[in-house]
Structure formats: C-alpha cells, structure tokens
Design a protein around this ligand. Structure first.
Ligand code: G3P
Ligand code: CA
Length: 252
C-alpha cells in the first residue's frame, strides 16, 4: 500500500494568510500541516529574516532587496496588509523568532535564499543560519534545510548535523539522479510539472526522500499521490488535509 505524503505548508498557510509570517505558520499548524516551509535571507546587518522574493515590493510595497535594509529597518515595514486589511501591521519575522516560537511544535523546512553577493566560497548565509539554528537548538523534525546549489548542499552536509535537501532547478531526471548518488542526498525536492511518473520512479531508486512543490488542487494531489513520495508542498494545507483524510494511513 502506498504511504500518504506529509503536508508541507508552503510559506506557511500562505493561501489564506500573508506568506512567511508568524500568523501563516500558526495557521498552518492549526490546519493540520505536518511541516512548515519558510524562506530565509540575510539583512544588511547580518541578521537572517523570513522573506521569499528578491524585493520587498510585493509584500511590503518597498522595491528594495532585504540585504539593503537592517533587520530593524525591515521590521518597520508592514508585510501583512497586502493580503487584507485584517493583517495590517504584521512584521517580517527573523529566523530566531520563528525558531523560538515554533521549535519542537512543528517540523520545518528552512529554504536558504542567498543573494548574488553570497559567493559560493563565502557561504555567509549558510554559516549564519547554522549559527542561529545552533543557538536555538533547532529541531527540524521531519524537515530539513533546503538549498538549490550543489556546493551549498555539500557545505551544509560537511558543516552541520542537520538534514539537508537539494531542490531541483530544471535538472533532468538523469542529472538529478547523478547528483543524488554523488552527494548521497537524503531529500530531493522536485517541481510537479517537470517530472513524469517514470522519472520520479527512477529518482526514487537512489533512495532520497522526495518532496514535490507545489500542489493546490485535487487533480495535482491525485498525481502526486500516485508517485508515492514523502511530502507535498501546498499553499492550502487545510484543503490538502481534508483531501488526504479519505486515506487511512499517514507516513511519519
Ligand atoms: O521549496 C518549494 C518552493 O518553496 C520552492 O519555490 O520559489 O516558493 O521558494 P519557492
Ligand atoms: Ca521556498
């Protein structure tokens, strides 16, 4: 019998709440997510805060990248009102705040979003994130640190005890398989519309747990369920929870 995949709340409960905010993470937990996913970037003063885009324009109305603001400056912005008046005044969370509030309460996938000046030889974001995670005694549970670059993956595996996942960036299945094998990758994160069922089967032969991003509709969930993978990223964890409730067993 196929195992039922874990529900991964993409940027929190981002379909109904402002993404990557404390409210979005709380709501994801309340609505049955197994894992919360968040994106982290470095600020001008070397803090780490939770933001997806390269610019703050979409979520805060200010067309600047996070690395041009200190954490204190970023905290003055409103990252909630774009999603609705009821979210007015929400502040960008730091990684430390997320870990202090949610550590041990929910599994986490922490995606590193390094900016152009983070040269691979530098690993500035990786080092800072590991430092914060150690300070907070981070518990990722069923989650992992998520990265896109092979060198970042290798750095994290060599320099920490945390599980690490590699995200597919339009790699072919055979390229991904080579990487999974070469790096002994434990988690491979793939995009739904870039793999066929046969390619997913091929990928699974190398033993990595596979997570798929993202599915928000029953037709997408049905496809992913057929792949028998570890987790599904969704912007609507409650809807996915309801959909999966028809199935008897859950993978943990
Ligand atoms: O990790 C899945 C997904 O979060 C990757 O895409 O752009 O939403 O960070 P993005
Ligand atoms: Ca992400």
């Amino acid at each position: 019998m196929s195992a039922i995949p874990l529900i991964i709340a993409h940027r929190g409960d981002s379909g109904t709440k402002p993404e990557n905010t404390m409210i979005a993470f709380e709501s994801a937990i309340e609505n049955g997510a197994d894992i919360v996913e968040l994106d982290v970037q470095m600020t001008k003063d070397g803090s780490v805060a939770v933001l997806h885009d390269r610019s703050l324009k979409r979520v805060a109305g200010v067309d600047l990248p996070l690395y041009q603001l200190t954490l204190a400056e970023a905290k003055k912005l409103d990252v909630g009102i774009w999603k609705g008046d009821e979210f007015k005044g929400l502040k960008i969370p730091s990684l430390t705040e997320v870990l202090e509030n949610f550590n041990g309460k929910i599994s986490m996938i922490i995606e590193l979003k390094p900016q152009y000046f983070h040269l691979e030889e530098d690993y500035g974001l990786e080092r800072k994130v590991l430092e914060i995670m150690d300070e907070c005694s981070a518990k990722l549970g069923n989650g992992y640190i998520s990265v896109r670059s092979e060198s970042s993956y290798a750095y994290l595996v060599s320099n920490s005890q945390y599980p690490v996942g590699l995200m597919q960036k339009k790699r072919t299945a055979s390229e991904m398989n080579r990487i999974v094998e070469d790096y002994n990758i434990k988690f491979a994160q793939i995009r739904l519309n870039q793999y066929t069922a046969a390619e997913v089967e091929e990928l699974k032969r190398f033993g990595a747990k596979i997570t798929v991003f993202y599915g928000d509709r029953p037709s997408e969930w049905q496809t992913i369920l057929g792949w028998n993978v570890y987790g599904i990223f969704t912007n609507y964890p409650k809807n996915l929870k309801d959909y999966l409730s028809a199935f008897p067993s859950r993978m943990k």
